[in-house]
Write a protein that binds this ligand. Structure first.
Ligand code: GRF
Length: 320
């Protein structure tokens, strides 16, 4: 899989940016840093990024509307070809426009164990509350501050005599381990068979009267009763030497199967054994899988083997 391109936004020293950058240079890291951008022209991290040969960009937000400044930063990220925006000590709240057009593609690190202590002064608040641990959280960014889905967290013990400064220092050490790892897992999820199986399972089991059953050692999905149901999808994780993680679904004919494979070899393949009886493999471990398209295939395959009593209901509903 090609590496995910990330633009890192910073406002300060950029130690998390540095941790991400060096992680990206280790073998097999699934992301590369294409830009470090800041709202502060003098941000320390910019100099380091430059010295490391990374493109940098700075534009002060002073005297600008929020959305206007976001658009300038967004343009820089787009020009650099970024797939993801990674916030690392970026001290700006992002406008709704920006957050919604990058939904699922903006990630942040916050120095507390969210949902505890959103906002500022997290270490002081944890110490004053007498907590045994502080920590850090990597999460998706949504419109509501520090409230998007949590990707990963790490706990850091609070020791007697800790001050907000001493705790912050130790939490940063933990952040530097956590952020590259959480980001790698998130951007690399498209080649993780467990993630792909979960997606297929969710879509397949949404269809009427379906259940999961293993077949030849792989997960499969059937429609109908436990006793007389029929398979409409099989999940394949690099089966029989294939490099693909795929879902197998039923085509209408061998001609259709062969033409799909010939015209769209990046999307479809003819699987071992199943191919002979008209099943096509829809490849899932590729960038930007269209899950609506996968869902349409599952539905069509379901339809082709479902008992009449079920398809009749669906076909009747479709007429309205
Ligand atoms: C980190 O503590 C991070 O959790 C928070 O801002 C700080 C940035 O530090 N969002 P640095 O600039 O990466 O050193």
């Amino acid at each position: 899989m090609p590496k995910a391109k990330v633009a890192i936004f910073i406002s300060g020293g950029g130690t998390n940016m540095a941790a991400l950058l060096y992680a990206s240079r280790l073998p097999d890291c699934p992301f590369e840093v294409v830009l470090v951008a800041s709202n502060k022209e003098g941000a320390g991290g910019l100099k380091l990024a430059e010295a490391e040969g990374i493109s940098t960009f700075a534009h002060s937000h002073k005297g600008m509307e929020r959305a206007e400044h976001d658009a300038v930063m967004e343009r820089a990220a787009q020009d650099a070809g970024a797939d993801y925006i990674v916030l690392a000590g970026y001290m700006r709240i992002l406008s709704q426009e920006f957050v919604s057009s990058w939904a699922g593609k903006i990630i942040n690190i916050h120095p507390s164990l969210l949902p505890k202590y959103k906002g500022l002064d997290t270490h002081m608040r944890a110490i004053e509350a007498g907590d045994s641990h502080g920590g850090a959280t990597v999460h998706l960014v949504t419109q509501e501050l520090d409230s998007g889905a949590i990707l990963e967290q790490v706990k850091v013990a609070i020791v007697p005599g800790d001050t907000p400064v001493s705790l912050a220092e130790r939490v940063k050490l933990a952040e530097h381990q956590l952020y590259p790892r959480a980001l790698s897992a998130y951007v690399g999820r498209g080649s993780d068979p467990a993630f792909l199986l979960d997606k297929v399972r969710e879509l397949a089991l949404k269809l009427p009267e379906t259940h999961e059953r293993e077949s030849h050692g792989s997960p499969g999905f059937r429609v109908g009763t436990e006793k007389s149901g029929k398979f409409f999808a099989h999940f394949n994780d690099q089966h029989h030497g294939s490099e693909h993680v795929a879902v197998l679904v039923k085509t209408g004919s061998m001609d259709e199967l062969l033409s799909l494979v010939e015209t769209q070899p990046g999307t479809y393949f003819k699987p071992a054994y199943y191919g002979a009886s008209g099943w096509v493999g829809v490849i899932l471990n590729r960038p930007d899988v269209d899950w609506d398209h996968v869902s349409e295939w599952l539905e069509r395959s379901w339809h082709s083997v479902a008992p009449n009593r079920l398809t009749k209901l669906i076909d009747a509903a479709d007429q309205f």
